[in-house]
Structure formats: structure tokens, C-alpha cells
Design a protein around this ligand. Structure first.
Ligand code: HEC
Length: 111
């Protein structure tokens, strides 16, 4: 019995360690560091903001939950030369692609 409790504690500890490692460091790309600074930036908010009714675009973006919902559209923009060159630097594009490949880790709630 005691042994079972100890081993389940070890598993829980291991799971926590793995999860937080995945959330914070996967490939060094994190939501707060590599995605949010772009999607919450004025260059997107010029058109995307529900706070301003005069904005042209339908979606509010710039938080993990919104960007997760709209990620496929963001991904399509990165591939579209019409948007990609004007709105993102080459480094930002690569960072967002890498963040996606790492499983879109959400570190935004730890800040
Ligand atoms: C010049 C205005 C403008 C800017 C700047 C702009 N967008 Fe958009 N965006 C739009 C419009 C308009 C749509 C809706 C297009 C449609 O429905 O066909 C859209 C659509 C989207 C969508 C799909 C969800 C939706 O609202 O339909 C996402 C996600 C998105 N944009 C992300 C971004 C990001 C990220 C940036 C900044 C890097 C950005 N946009 C900058 C105008 C803009």
C-alpha cells in the first residue's frame, strides 16, 4: 500500500516536471515570447480589436485562447506573400512555425 502511494507520487511528480518543461521550454519558443508580441501588436490591432467598433476585421486576437482558435488563419497568412512580407519579419514567421510544431505550448498563464 505504502509502496503504491509512493510510486503514484513519483508518477505525479514526473508528470508535473514533464508538463512544465513542455509548457515553458519546448524548443525555446513560447506563446508569450514568440506569438503574443506579434498578435497583440498594433500592426494587427489596427484592424483587429473588438474594443473599437470601427476596426475592419471580425476577430479579436492576441490571447492564447483566441490565437489557438484562429491559428489556421494565422498559419495561412504566414504562407501568403501578400501578408507575410508586410506584417511579419522572417524571424517571426519561423518562430511561429516552430512554436506550432512544438505543440503550441501555452506559457501565457504563468506570467
Ligand atoms: C489592414 C487590416 C488588417 C490587418 C493590419 C491585419 N488583419 Fe487580419 N484580417 C483582416 C480582415 C479584413 C480579415 C477578414 C478576412 C475575411 O473574412 O476574409 C482578417 C482575418 C484575420 C484572421 C481570421 C479570423 C477573422 O477575423 O476572420 C486572423 C487570424 C487574422 N486576420 C490575423 C491577423 C494578424 C495576426 C495580424 C497581424 C500580424 C493581422 N491579422 C493584421 C484585416 C487585417
Amino acid at each position: 500500500m505504502r509502496r503504491r502511494i509512493l510510486s503514484s507520487m513519483a508518477i505525479a511528480l514526473l508528470a508535473t516536471a514533464c508538463t512544465s518543461r513542455m509548457l515553458l521550454t519546448s524548443e525555446g519558443r513560447t506563446y508569450s515570447r514568440n506569438v503574443q508580441p506579434v498578435t497583440s501588436d498594433q500592426r494587427c490591432k489596427d484592424c483587429h480589436s473588438l474594443k473599437d467598433k470601427n476596426k475592419k476585421a471580425p476577430a479579436d486576437i492576441g490571447t492564447y485562447s483566441t490565437d489557438k482558435i484562429y491559428f489556421n488563419d494565422i498559419r495561412a497568412m504566414l504562407d501568403d506573400p501578400k501578408y507575410a512580407k508586410d506584417l511579419f519579419t522572417a524571424e517571426e514567421i519561423q518562430d511561429i512555425i516552430d512554436w506550432n510544431a512544438a505543440g503550441r505550448p501555452d506559457d501565457s498563464r504563468t506570467f
